[in-house]
Design a protein around this ligand. Structure first.
Ligand SMILES: C[S@@+](CC[C@H](N)C(=O)[O-])C[C@H]1O[C@@H](n2cnc3c(N)ncnc32)[C@H](O)[C@@H]1O
Length: 206
C-alpha cells in the first residue's frame, strides 16, 4: 500500500505548479488553538505529510522536537529553506508513512493536516491509523485536520470524509477526545470545511 508513483507525481506537480491551495504559508489556526489548550507535555512530535513545513515550524517554535515527513522532495526542500530562515531545527525526511518507519519514534504527538483524508478506502485509512498508532508513546496523542463531507459542494477542494468514516477507522485504536467541525485556515475567502480531530492512543489496541 505504498504511495504510488501517480500519487507522488500528483503532489509533486501541485507544488511545482504552485497549485496547492492548502499551502497557506502559515500554521493552521485550528492547530494553534488546540496546542494552546493541551495540558499534556509534548516533548517530540511527528508530522505526517508536512508539505512546505509551516505547521512543523510552528510546533518547533514551541520547543517541541519535530520530525516531519513527506513523499515529495520539492515540498521538503521548501520546508527546509523556510525552517533555516526562521532559525529552527527540524528533521525533515522523505518517507512514506504507509510503508516506512520514521526514526525518532515513539512520539508524544502525531499531527497531520490533509494527509489522512487522502486515503480513499476504509482499508487504507485503517492502515494509516495503525501506522500512526505504532509511532506514538503509550500516552500519545494524534491531531488531524480532515476535509469535512458535511460541506456539499461541487467546487474543487480537499477530499472530504464523513464523521462515520473517521470514527470507523479511528475508534478501535484511539479514544476520541475531539471531533469538531471547523474550517481549514487558508487564504481563500471561504476556506473548505474541516474536522478537527484529536485522539488518545488506546492501550493494547494493536
Ligand atoms: C494536502 S497536502 C497537505 C500538506 C501540509 N500538511 C499542509 O497542510 O500544507 C498532503 C500532503 O501529504 C503528503 N503525503 C501523501 N501521502 C503521503 C504518505 N503516504 N506519507 C507521507 N506523506 C504523504 C503529500 O505529499 C502532501 O504534501
Amino acid at each position: 500500500m505504498m504511495a504510488t508513483s501517480d500519487e507522488i507525481r500528483f503532489f509533486h506537480d501541485r507544488y511545482l505548479n504552485e497549485d496547492a491551495p492548502w499551502d497557506s504559508g502559515r500554521p493552521d489556526k485550528n492547530l494553534r488553538e488546540i496546542m494552546h489548550s493541551i495540558r499534556q507535555p509534548v516533548k517530540n512530535c511527528l508530522e505526517i505529510g508536512c508539505g512546505t513545513g509551516d505547521n512543523a515550524i510552528f510546533l518547533a517554535q514551541r520547543g517541541i522536537d519535530v520530525t516531519a515527513t513527506d513523499i515529495v522532495e520539492i515540498a521538503l526542500d521548501r520546508a527546509r529553506e523556510k525552517a533555516k530562515k526562521k532559525g529552527v531545527s527540524i528533521n525533515f525526511l522523505l518517507k512514506d508513512i504507509m510503508e516506512q518507519d520514521i526514526p525518532g519514534r515513539p512520539f508524544d504527538l502525531v499531527f497531520d493536516r490533509g494527509c489522512f483524508h487522502h486515503f480513499r478506502t476504509d482499508e487504507a485509512r485503517i492502515r494509516f491509523v495503525k501506522r500512526t498508532y505504532s509511532h506514538l508513546t503509550p500516552e500519545g496523542m494524534w491531531i488531524s485536520l480532515i476535509g469535512n463531507a458535511d460541506e456539499k459542494t461541487n467546487a474543487p477542494g480537499p477530499p472530504r470524509l464523513s464523521a462515520l468514516q473517521i470514527v470507523t477507522a479511528v475508534e478501535p485504536f484511539f479514544e476520541i477526545l475531539l471531533l469538531k467541525s471547523s474550517r481549514f485556515d487558508s487564504k481563500q475567502t471561504l476556506p473548505p470545511r474541516c474536522w478537527v480531530f484529536m485522539g488518545k492512543k488506546r492501550k493494547g489496541a494493536l
